[in-house]
Structures are given as structure tokens and as C-alpha cells.
Write a protein that binds this ligand. Structure first.
Ligand SMILES: Cc1cc2nc3c(=O)[nH]c(=O)nc-3n(C[C@H](O)[C@H](O)[C@H](O)COP(=O)(O)OP(=O)(O)OC[C@H]3O[C@@H](n4cnc5c(N)ncnc54)[C@H](O)[C@@H]3O)c2cc1C
Length: 43
């Protein structure tokens, strides 16, 4: 799947870090990982 495309149910995602839940904790974690150059995906 290309970067920036939205995954649909049944798609396989390969990512170093999968964050489940886009609440304050999940969004902050994604932000902090991104600042450190770690790719993360939120579902
Ligand atoms: C009525 C109310 C009022 C509040 N008022 C305040 C306030 O004024 N000030 C304050 O500091 N705090 C307040 N809080 C507390 C604050 O909302 C929480 O502490 C904070 O949202 C916790 O953040 P979190 O990221 O840990 O979890 P959450 O915000 O709960 O985020 C978790 C995310 O994970 C998602 N999720 C859950 N299960 C799954 C699953 N199986 N698969 C995929 N996604 C999933 C949820 O949809 C959500 O988006 C309030 C809470 C409530 C209920």
C-alpha cells in the first residue's frame, strides 16, 4: 500500500509500529515517534 493511502478492511499493513487508538495518548505517541524518525501507523 502506498504511503498516504487509507487502508480498507482486509488490507495488510506492514509498519514498524502500529498504534491502536487515536486518542490523546495514541496521537502523542505518533507525534513523538515521528519526531524521532520512526514510522508509525494509527488504526
Ligand atoms: C466525560 C469525560 C470528561 C473528561 N474531561 C476531561 C477534562 O476536562 N480534562 C482532562 O484532562 N481529561 C478529561 N477526561 C479524561 C480524558 O478524556 C482521558 O483521560 C483521555 O482521553 C485518555 O486518553 P487516551 O489516549 O488514554 O484514551 P482515549 O482518549 O480513550 O483514546 C483511546 C482511543 O482508542 C480507540 N480505541 C479503543 N479501543 C479500540 C480498538 N479495539 N481498536 C481501535 N481503536 C480503539 C478509541 O476510539 C479512542 O480513539 C474526561 C473524560 C470523560 C469520559
Amino acid at each position: 500500500m502506498s504511503e498516504g493511502l487509507k487502508a480498507v478492511e482486509g488490507d495488510t499493513i506492514e509498519t514498524p509500529v502500529l498504534i491502536v487508538g487515536g486518542g490523546p495518548c495514541g496521537l502523542m505517541l505518533a507525534n513523538e515517534l515521528g519526531r524521532r524518525g520512526v514510522e508509525a501507523t494509527e488504526r
